[in-house]
Design a protein around this ligand. Structure first.
Ligand SMILES: [Zn+2]
Length: 390
C-alpha cells in the first residue's frame, strides 16, 4: 500500500505506540502499515493466545480468530488469553475481550468454526497474513495448501513437550510446509499436546516468535523466516536454524497456485489395525438397545474431568501399558493387574479423545490375550461422541 493511502494514527494511538515510534527502524510508517494490516490466527489456544495478545497490543488493525472450542480449565495452564472468568465461553469471544482491553481500536473477527476444505479459502482470503496455531496435522496441511493457493504467507509454529519450531512458509518466495513435510507422520508417532503433554510456557515462547514474524511481514521490517526453520529446545535452552529448500514435485509449488486443490488429509496408522470399530452414532444405538457393552475410557484423569461417556470404566493408557507389560514380560497373572477390570466375555468399546490412543490400547490388549473380535475402537473418540447427531 502506498504511504499516502495508509491510515493516520489517532492521538491516543500516537501515545499508545510511542515505544514503536521512537525506534528508528520502525517509526510512524510501519505503525501505519500495522494499522492497515490484517492477520488470521488459526487456533486461539496455546500458540494463538500470546500471538493474539501481542498482535492486538502492537496495533494490528484487524485480527481474525478461527476456533470452534470453548474455554476449559485444562487450557489455563498455557492459554493465557483466557481465564477463570471466561470458562465455558467461546475461545474467540474470550480472547477478543482481552485483545480489546489491550487495544480498544483493534477489529476482532470471530470464526467459531473448524477450518475445513469447504470454508478455508473464503476465510483466509480476507487477511494479509495467516498464523498457524493448530495442534493437528490435517488442519496444518489445509492451512498450508490454502495459503499457497491464495499467495498468503503462513507463519507456522509447532510445540510438543519442551520443544518448538517456527518458520514462515510462503510458496511464492520459498518452500511451503509440504516441501518440508510431504506426508503427515503415522498417527501413532504424532501425539498432540493432550496426549504427550507440553510445558505451559513453551507455546508462549513459540507464539511470541510467530507474532514477531507477523509484525515483520505486515510492516516490512527485517528479514522474514522464509526458507528457514527455527528449532527451539527448551531443556537445553538452545535455538538452531535449519535451511529449508523448495522440493521438486511438491504439489503446492510445482504447478500454478490456482490449480491447487484442497483435500482432506487423513492420518494413517502404520501399525496394523486390530479389532473392529464403530461410530459414535452406532454406539448410541447399541447403548439405547441396552446391549451389555463395557465402555473403556483410556484418556488421562484431567481429560476425564472434562467429561466422559456415562458408565465408562476409566483406565488410563499408561496404566494399561504397565499392566500389559507386567503380564507379558513379568508373567504376572492378569487378575492381579488393572486388566482384571476389563471383561473377556462381552464387547468392550475402547475410546480416547481422537481414536489414536485407543487403537494402540486394543493392539496391546490383543497381545495380552484378549479376543480381537470383542474389542471395538470408537471412531474419532470422545470428540465424535460429543459431536454426535443424537
Ligand atoms: Zn511446497
Amino acid at each position: 500500500m502506498a504511504v499516502q493511502d495508509l491510515p493516520e494514527l489517532s492521538p491516543s494511538e500516537m501515545r499508545r505506540f510511542g515505544r514503536h515510534l521512537v525506534l528508528p527502524e520502525f517509526g510512524l510508517e510501519r505503525q501505519r502499515r500495522l494499522k492497515a494490516g490484517s492477520v488470521l490466527l488459526v487456533g486461539a489456544g496455546g500458540l494463538g493466545s500470546p500471538t493474539a495478545l501481542y498482535l492486538a497490543a502492537a496495533g494490528v488493525g484487524r485480527i481474525g480468530l478461527v476456533d470452534p472450542d470453548v474455554v476449559e480449565e485444562t487450557n489455563l495452564q498455557r492459554q493465557i488469553a483466557h481465564g477463570h472468568s471466561t470458562l465455558g465461553r467461546q475461545k474467540t469471544e474470550s480472547a477478543a475481550q482481552r485483545m480489546r482491553d489491550l487495544n480498544p481500536d483493534v477489529v476482532v473477527e470471530r470464526h467459531d468454526v473448524f477450518l475445513t476444505v469447504e470454508n478455508a479459502l473464503e476465510i483466509i482470503a480476507g487477511y494479509d497474513v495467516v498464523v498457524d496455531g493448530t495442534d493437528n496435522f490435517p488442519t496444518r496441511y489445509l492451512v498450508n495448501d490454502a495459503c499457497a493457493k491464495l499467495g498468503k504467507p503462513n507463519v507456522f509454529g509447532g510445540v510438543l513437550r519442551f520443544d518448538g519450531q517456527v518458520s514462515v512458509f510462503d510458496a511464492s518466495r520459498g518452500p511451503c510446509y509440504r516441501c518440508v513435510f510431504p506426508e503427515p507422520p503415522p498417527s501413532e508417532l504424532a501425539p498432540n499436546c493432550a496426549e504427550a503433554g507440553v510445558l505451559g510456557v513453551l507455546p508462549g515462547v513459540i507464539g511470541a516468535l510467530q507474532a514477531t514474524e507477523a509484525i515483520k511481514l505486515l510492516s516490512g521490517l527485517g528479514e522474514p523466516l522464509i526458507g528457514r526453520l527455527l528449532v527451539y529446545d527448551g531443556l537445553d535452552l538452545s535455538f538452531q536454524t535449519v535451511d529449508l529448500m523448495k522440493a521438486s514435485g511438491c504439489p503446492c509449488c510445482s504447478g500454478r497456485p490456482e490449480d491447487i486443490v484442497l483435500r482432506e488429509t487423513r492420518m494413517v496408522c502404520s501399525a496394523p489395525t486390530v479389532g473392529g470399530s464403530l461410530s459414535a452414532d452406532e454406539l448410541q444405538t447399541r447403548l439405547d438397545a441396552g446391549e451389555p457393552i463395557l465402555l473403556l475410557d483410556v484418556r488421562n484423569p484431567p481429560e476425564w474431568a472434562g467429561g466422559t461417556i456415562p458408565g465408562a470404566l476409566q483406565l488410563s493408557k499408561p496404566d494399561i501399558d504397565q499392566a500389559v507389560q507386567a503380564v507379558l514380560h513379568e508373567g504376572a497373572a492378569r487378575e492381579g493387574t488393572s486388566l482384571a477390570a476389563i471383561p473377556r466375555d462381552r464387547d468392550v468399546v475402547v475410546y480416547c479423545q481422537s481414536g489414536m490412543r485407543s487403537s494402540a490400547v486394543i493392539r496391546e490388549l490383543v497381545a495380552a490375550g484378549y479376543e480381537a473380535s470383542r474389542l471395538l475402537n470408537l471412531d474419532r473418540g470422545f470428540s465424535a461422541w460429543v459431536g454426535r447427531n443424537t
